[in-house]
Design a protein around this ligand. Structure first.
Ligand code: CA
Ligand code: CA
Length: 425
């Protein structure tokens, strides 16, 4: 009797968590009109509207569950690794390891933390730019310059606000560490901005990556505005490629079509929360689909990935979006997921600790509360395994010793776990 009741409770809890999920990353879209209606979304600066949209989204998902529609399968419960909860952060979003083994962690409210694994102590980095903390954004990614050991440059993405609305921005600064386990950002310079700003509080994207050649890559999501993803007069719904100081490279595919277009490497994207380069230098990006149709894409210079004209998902109000195979002129995803996994965070593994997984990609799953392992074969990719983490996974990183590190999603606020995965013998 007791085990049965417990399983019922677990099911109910899982259902509730699943229902809650879309409130963070896909939710406002639940009540989102079809693309023709590009009215500014009611929300973001307005907590009341945000709360209402979240409730609506939760109800929509609850209805789907009640109707027996498939929800994301969290995968196997038998984990081939040990999971250690190392510490907690307040609504964390991203992390990166310093060469000395300490960990920089962003918290959405605008705090940059420095976690010392050896001492189990958390310090603070001052000088973070003022961020606007809204439903899906605030302080975002943190990435080191490839030559950090010599120049101490770090790159941060964040949401900024002006009279015209909200937008992603990327800043770089010199990280100066002190002897107390704290530090400061100096000579901070905002080197890139989304344009134009929009009123909505979602789909900032703002993942940052460097390639082997030292070029800076930024995912710029479409702010739930749909059509800008196809418009080269805006940098929304694009993958951006810049020199490391934010200046424009001369060899971008639309370099001769104006200053905004000149930033663009690829277009037709929705909400990209993960960028990673494989060992051969190919750029892979995953993308949250609308209702269905999450994607893993191989990013190719000048390609159009088709959103919002095509998607293997549909709009949240069930307005169909033609599938990718109806429009071969748009580059189709290498993997699509329906039901969605809600991908966030992305790392391609090259460590020794999990030797069998060298070359595999690891993607955090939010609604799926999973860690997804993707196997690559040149330009092909497929999902190899899905691990049930029982937490919404926001961020994935490889540690200096080859352990896999995860951050639990913090978009709903509160303490979220830093997890370390190590092999079980
Ligand atoms: Ca990271
Ligand atoms: Ca479709």
């Amino acid at each position: 009797m007791i085990p049965f009741r417990r399983s019922l409770i677990c099911l109910a809890t899982l259902g509730l968590l699943t229902a809650c999920d879309n409130s963070a990353d896909s939710s406002n879209q639940a009540s989102r009109p079809a693309p023709a209606a590009t009215a500014e979304s009611a929300s973001l600066a307005d907590p009341q509207a945000t709360a209402e949209a979240e409730v609506e989204a939760e109800e929509a998902i609850a209805e789907q569950v009640a109707e027996g529609e498939p929800t994301a399968d969290p995968g196997t419960g038998a984990l081939p690794f040990a999971v250690t909860e190392v510490t907690q952060f307040d609504a964390p979003w991203a992390m990166t390891f310093l060469p000395d083994g300490r960990l920089l962690v962003t918290e959405m409210a605008g705090n940059l933390r420095l976690y010392d694994l050896a001492k189990d102590s958390t310090g603070s980095i001052s000088g973070v730019p003022e961020v606007e903390h809204v439903a899906q954004g605030g302080l975002g990614d943190v990435v080191l310059h490839p030559d950090y050991a010599n120049n101490q440059l770090v790159y941060l993405s964040f949401v900024e606000k002006d009279d015209s609305g909200l937008g992603s921005a990327v800043a770089r600064a010199r990280l100066v560490l002190d002897e107390n386990g704290d530090g400061a950002l100096e000579d901070l310079d905002v080197i890139w901005r989304q344009t134009p700003k929009k009123s909505g509080d979602g789909h900032f994207g703002y993942r940052i990556a460097f390639d082997e050649g030292g070029m800076l890559w930024i995912s710029s999501s479409e702010r739930k505005e749909f059509d800008p993803a196809q418009d080269l007069n805006t940098n929304l719904g694009k993958i951006i490629r810049l020199n490391d100081d934010g200046s424009l490279p001369e060899d971008n595919p639309f370099a001769d079509q104006g200053e905004v277009a000149a930033q663009v490497w690829s277009l037709g994207h929705r909400n990209i929360l993960g960028l990673a380069f494989d060992a051969d230098g190919r750029l892979w990006a995953h993308e949250m689909g609308p209702k269905g149709g999450d994607e893993l894409n191989l990013i190719v210079k000048g390609e159009n990935y088709g959103y919002p004209l095509v998607s293997n998902g549909n709009h949240y109000d069930d307005t169909p979006i033609p599938d990718h195979d109806t429009r071969p002129e748009f580059k189709a995803p290498t993997i699509t997921w329906t039901p969605v996994i809600s991908p966030a965070g992305f790392m391609i593994y090259d460590g020794d600790l999990f030797a069998d997984w060298q070359g595999s990609g690891f993607i955090g799953g939010m609604s799926s509360m999973s860690l997804v392992r993707v196997q690559f074969n040149g330009e092909e990719a497929s999902e190899a395994e899905r691990f049930d983490m029982q937490k919404r996974i926001r961020e994935v990183e490889q540690g200096p010793d080859g352990a896999i590190w995860l951050l639990e999603d913090g978009t709903r606020g509160g303490a979220s776990a830093l997890l370390k995965l190590t092999p079980t013998e």
